[in-house]
Design a protein around this ligand. Sequence first.
Ligand code: F6P
Length: 348
Amino acid sequence: MKIGVLTGGGDCPGLNPVIRAVVRASLKLGHETIGFRHGWKGVLENITMPLGREEVSGILHRGGTILGTSRTNVYKVENGEQQALETFEKNGLDALIPIGGEDTLGVAVKLAKAGVKLVGVPKTIDNDLMGTDFTFGFDTSVNVAMESIDRLHTTAESHSRVLVVEVMGRHAGWIAWYAGVAGGGDVILVPEHPFSVEDVCAQIQRRHDTGKSFSIVVVSEGAKVATEAATDEDGSYVLSSMKKDAFGHVMLGGVAKVLADEIEDRLGFETRHTVLGHIQRGGSPTAFDRVLGTRYGVRAAELVHEQRFGRMVALQGNKIVDIDINDISGAIKELDPDLYKVAEYFAD
Ligand code: F6P
């Protein structure tokens, strides 16, 4: 069989280990692989690259994706589906392995309905994809964020400041919670629990009343404020931009600054903010993400070999399983409420 591979949506550490594993396993199983560049854009424009043993050599430890990525949405382009089907036909493709998050795999779900034989691989640093316990990239992001919080701790303590650190997480607070708990954050704010600035200030004040001279607040970029500060038209996110991407998502960022200003004004404590941004998505994947990506890639190639299409590989417990790709769309995997309760024991 000839198998196409693409990576779509935001890049994340672990994509290259998946690509390498798909190629190596496919070759062993007697199949050929080619790459589409820049996600669905490469499919629409028929931009391909060879993807053999040579191309995937030495990429296991490299962040990003050798195929390139984009947020192009096939279904936002006139005749997009038709163009995609033509590209597959022209390349004599028998199967496709799209590696991506909710948006990229959402396109895959529609193409599968149009007859494309595919197996999806779940990816997002946000870890908010349904059907899988963990997506690769998440562990690396958490470790980057945790190390940053460790660094912020020492400077916050030296200067007796409050430091507000904004981490990624559009709809779910997985990164904020994991990095916040691992880094000893004093206040952790996640999208699943809208916060009030008043409560945050009260929490910091209580901590300072016990003799502490500094505090660390960890906030998800998608954290929602209950009533105050700058909110978007639905009164939900705290934003610095109203620009939207091709999947209609508002580009987030800005909650840390708004919150830091409020804390300083209300409490009089010197407060600074830090936005970690794309640093969380860059660089070398952790061992966990390399191994998870490798396991996903191998299983995706096996499923194609077994001609079991319309599936997505997933991690459930410590087992790699496969689920109906239709089951992932429409819902977000929110932060586990039991985890949230754990962090509450450490508030002030
Ligand atoms: O989907 C992963 C993610 O990193 C989110 O956490 C973040 O909101 C978004 O992508 C940022 O996307 P970009 O900067 O690539 O448009």
